[in-house]
Design a protein around this ligand. Sequence first.
Ligand code: IMP
Length: 423
Amino acid sequence: MNTIVVVGTAWGDEGKGKITDFLASKADVVARFQGGNNAGHTVIADGKYHLFQLLPSGSVNKDVVNLLTQGMVIDVKGLLEEIDELNDPNLQLYVSNRAHVVMPYHLKIEEAIELSKGKDKLSTTKKGIGPAYSDKANRIGLRMEIFTGSNFKEELKKIIRQKNIDAEKLEIESFDFEEIYNEYKVYAERMRKYVIDTSIFLNEAIEKKKKVLFEGAQGVMLCVENGTYPYVTSSSPTAAALPLYAGIAPWLLEGAIGVVKAYMTREGAGPMPTLINDEEIVKHFHKTKVEYEPRTQTYRRPGWFDSVILNHSKRVSGISHIAVTVLDVLSGLKELKICISYNHNGKEINYIPADINEYSKVTPNYITMPGWEEDISNVTCFEELPINAQNYLRKIEELSGLEVVLFSVGPNREQTIEVKSVF
Ligand code: IMP
């Protein structure tokens, strides 16, 4: 396959960055297509740790062209900081002229809205993502083309006038046009050289049979269309949404690799049916530090693997193959549970109720599999895994009808193992 997408199959933090980085070594182009710096993709390459929030995870591969397409909302200040931090003169980056800019008023407005919700707050990443996508839908957003063009000052003036009406309603301090303009005109100047029509670039690359890898952020359970609404993000992190967000025809996408964590985790608010309450087991997940989230300084809540969610993801996103990550974290657990269906009001179901209140009531039906004691962080192929780990992966395949083509046993690039090459 020449054109594939890597997507998260649950609530984000599945290890998409690592899988994208691995596949990026074979790619000509790597493109992020939705979300913004609410994402955090960790890549450890050549002994160096990188946390990319906006830059595609292909950015450490010097021969790759990196794109941020039109479906994204981009905090330009954050992006420029990431570019400076990477400090790579060979970085090849282009940003869509149709992508929207996250501005400081988006962050302030989000903070005020979250505060006003009290205990019903969504626990967002506070990066202004929701307000930026709302502005896009309300048609008062700021596109990259305008931001870096000659009308920026006039457009910003109009927008700030509108935002100050919002500020009054929210009872927050008004926004100072001069202050924002003076800061952001400097960023606009720096951004100009990156801005192109990424749809045209992508279509030409695909036409020339270049290898194009799309990198999703978050996961399908955070999808504004198919996730646990309202505890979701404001875009659709699915393969289904990619053509629209990237400006390509749907039939040009040849495959979708769903990144599946070997267990579930959830950051932020909202239900997770397979949440683990046993303190000893929760401690097991936390002691590895994998589930510590530096952005929010909290531990993600762990849960048992949920095949209802994977099948939901397969159906609504479209997934052709899977990559299973953090298998090593399960080492040392005596027994592993896998959710195969839910109980809902006395009935067995294998779908996700659309009403969040109903979803909060479901209880999981589990099968139990034997765990393994061995440290698996050095295995180099499927056959080297303990038989119980092999069976665990086989069970995920059986329950989803999807083939495991990659699995990972640690954070480093060498710890991602390709079972079958599909890209
Ligand atoms: P927002 O995307 O900042 O609006 O946050 C909405 C919800 O999505 C919150 O529950 C966040 O915790 C969650 N979220 C957004 N991005 C990520 C991510 O990259 N990983 C995990 N959760 C995320």
